[in-house]
Design a protein around this ligand. Structure first.
Ligand code: ADP
Length: 694
């Protein structure tokens, strides 16, 4: 349930639907409530109108019956036969017979002739007991006064018997216990309700002779109630199977009725409900509305029946069974409700379907946003059925996504291009840096070498002179001593040789320091022959260390180079290799042609040893001037000078070594050199160094 509320809170469709359906959901019940209330009220009002008019009709008819009884009595009073008989007083039997005939003919239940004092002189039946004057009865009094009159009267059992004992018997009714009636301890009703009429009787001259008093007993008088019922509720006047009823009450007891008890028996002796009794008999008002009558609810009209003194002595009732009307009304309202419900349901379903189609584009856009957020770049709303603003919005949304995707791709492409450019620039920069670093190192090395060259040149000059003095004086010493010098002749010759060696070395030093003075010439050199020379020059080193030599001399191309410079380079490499194998090993000398795309470029000379090798951290430093691992014996200049010589001719030296496995130096030389402008000093350094090594 909360999830549903949450969904409704987040969904525009749900909100708008609620907005549209809320009036329907609230309005329809309110409308139905009003229809129900108004329908009920109108129904009640309609029934009340009907019963009111029924009551009027019943009242009229009952009045007519009452007046009719009066007329009958009056007609009897004025009858010719009575007029003929009256002068002959004392003929009672004849008089009684006449009254009996008149009573039957006029439909009266009793008929008396009273004298002018109101005492019964003759009666339609013979059992009457002469009684007191009846002048107390309003109708009798009025007739004695010359005025015919009719009323309804309630008579006690004795009063009935006073008129006619048979009436007393007829009037008696057993009371039937009735639900909702006011309590009554009696078990029977013996009073009677009569229509009481009296009319004056006069002789031919108009002199009053007495009064004719007659009437009709209403107790058990079914004819009257049936007639009332027949008039008020003619056949077909009550639809839907309702039935009309009419009743005469004496007080609250039904004394004449067509209301049926069970099994079709008339409900005589039953009593009206306490509420109706209080309303009609207690307050004297007419009851119009629904009342419980014997066994069912009836739409009922009760009005009081007044006697000649205005006292409420009974009630007149008409009514009809309510249930068929109520059922019809409920059916109509029920049908209306069902119709409303069906229409509302249909309306809701249609609204929901319609809303779905209206909101489809928005919901699809929402789904696309979710998918796009999860990284699905190709998510699109696609074709939507609606052509309204939302449909167009969905189209524009797709267009927007397409544009965004295109921009993103473009940006990505730019980014990649930028990355590539940055990488290229970085590479170029690092290359430039490497060049710069190399140039810087070269410069530093050159300056160092130049300084050393100057120094060496000065020192060589200074040494040359003392050496010449030593040699000259040695010659003088030998000449002067003559034969006396024989015992030390060997020592003198040794001093001479060593001094000569000093001079030669110094000459070479000078040669290195001033290469311009000793510039050698460049010629096409057979590298294999130079390698063989170098091997000869270093033979004594090889012998000392028991190093085996292997040669693979396969180069055939000549290279243009100064022969002695090449010799210096190779001797440097060979001596280093021998020094790396103090406990012996194998020295391999190899040469091969250097071809590129089958084009002869030059030669590659390889000097390989099986010595201790070079530590990886030293590999980048071995060509630096003064870098040496041979503390005390090395100068650190050999490789640096070799590198410089080879580079000057446009060649290259590479090294490949693993510690413990030896080292291989490869010298790449061009057939035709590409000259590099090398400084002067390295020449000196080279030569000085090579001299030291050999
Ligand atoms: P030096 O021989 O006087 O030390 P070099 O410039 O000729 O100077 O050599 C520099 C260093 O390079 C050497 O001290 C040595 O450590 C290393 N080196 C050169 N050749 C070899 C080799 N064949 N095997 C091992 N180390 C070598």
């Amino acid at each position: 349930m909360p999830r549903l509320a949450e969904r409704a809170r987040r969904s525009v469709r749900a909100k708008l639907l609620a907005l549209v359906l809320a009036p329907l959901a609230v309005g329809v019940p309110v409308l139905l409530g009003l229809v129900w209330t108004w329908g009920n009220q109108s129904y009640q009002r309609l029934l009340t109108y009907k019963i009111s008019s029924d009551m009027v009709t019943a009242h009229e008819y009952f009045d007519r019956v009452r007046i009719g009884v009066g007329h009958e009595v009056q007609a009897a009073a004025e009858s010719h036969r009575l007029a003929l008989l009256l002068p002959r007083q004392g003929r009672d039997a004849e008089m009684s017979g006449l009254l009996a005939n008149l009573a039957v003919a006029r439909g009266l239940d009793f008929l008396h002739f009273l004298d002018r004092d109101g005492r019964i002189l003759a009666s339609a039946h013979n059992e009457f007991a002469p009684a007191d004057s009846r002048v107390a009865w309003p109708v009798v009094a009025a007739a004695l006064a010359g005025q015919a009159h009719t009323t309804v009267e309630r008579l006690s059992a004795d009063q009935l018997a006073g008129i006619d004992p048979a009436l007393r018997r007829r009037a008696r009714l057993d009371l039937v216990p009735t639900r909702a009636a006011a309590p009554d301890p009696r078990s029977f009703e013996d009073r009677g309700l009569i229509i009481h009429a009296a009319a004056p009787v006069a002789d031919a001259q108009g002199r009053p002779l007495g009064v004719l008093e007659g009437g009709v007993l209403l107790n058990g008088n079914l004819e009257i109630v049936d007639r009332i019922n027949a008039i008020v509720y003619r056949d077909g006047s009550l639809p839907l199977g309702s039935r009309g009823t009419a009743t005469l009450f004496l007080d609250d007891v039904r004394i004449a009725t067509n209301v049926r008890l069970f099994e079709g028996k008339r409900a005589l002796g039953t009593r009206v409900s306490a509420a109706v009794r209080e309303h009609v008999l207690g307050r004297g008002e007419t009851w119009l509305g629904t009342a419980f009558v014997v066994t069912d609810d009836y739409v009922s009209g009760y009005e009081p029946v007044l006697d000649g003194r205005g006292a409420r002595v009974g009630m007149l009732y008409v009514g009809f069974l309510e249930e068929p009307f109520r059922n019809a009304m409920r059916f109509a309202l029920g049908a209306l409700f069902v119709l409303f419900a069906v229409l509302s349901g249909l309306g809701t379903v249609l609204s929901l379907r319609w809303a779905r189609s209206v909101f489809q584009p928005i919901e699809r856009m929402n789904a696309v946003i979710q998918r796009a957020r999860q990284g699905e770049a190709g998510a699109r709303v696609g074709e939507v059925a609606s052509r309204d603003e939302l449909g167009r919005l969905a189209g524009e949304f797709d267009h927007l996504l397409d544009t965004l995707a295109a921009r993103r791709e473009e940006l990505q492409r730019w980014g990649e291009e930028l990355d590539a450019k940055v990488a290229e620039r970085t590479r170029e920069l690092s290359e430039a840096n490497a060049h710069l670093r190399h140039a810087q190192q070269q410069l530093v090395m050159n300056e160092k070498l130049a300084a050393i060259g100057e120094l060496t040149a000065g020192v060589a000059h200074e040494i040359n002179n003392p050496v010449a003095v030593i040699q000259g004086n040695l010659d003088v010493l030998r000449d002067v001593l003559g034969e006396a010098a024989d015992p030390v002749r060997g020592e003198i010759r040794l001093i001479h040789q060593q001094a000569d060696r000093i001079r030669q070395i110094v000459t070479k030093l000078l040669q290195f320091a001033r290469p311009g003075d000793f510039a050698g010439y460049v010629e096409a050199v057979d590298v294999n022959a130079v390698l063989a020379d170098c091997l000869l020059l270093t033979q004594h080193n090889l012998d000392r260390r028991s190093v085996a030599v292997e040669q693979r001399l396969e180069a055939t191309l000549p290279v243009e180079i100064n022969r002695s410079e090449l010799q210096q380079v190779l001797i440097n490499l060979i001596v280093n290799a021998i020094q790396a194998m103090p406990d012996g090993g194998t020295l391999t000398l190899a040469s091969e042609n250097w071809l590129e795309h089958d084009q002869p470029m030059g030669v590659v000379l390889r000097v390989r040893d099986t010595g201790h090798g070079i530590a990886p951290e030293n590999l980048s430093s071995i060509f630096d001037p003064f870098f040496t691992t041979k503390r005390g014996s090395g100068t650190g200049l050999g490789l640096s000078i070799s590198y410089t010589i080879v580079e000057r001719y446009g060649g290259h030296i590479e090294v490949d070594s693993r510690p413990g496995e030896g080292a291989e130096f490869a010298v790449r030389l061009r057939c035709e050199p590409i000259y590099d402008d090398a400084p002067e000093a390295p020449h000196f350094a080279r030569r000085w160094d090579i001299a030291g090594k050999i």
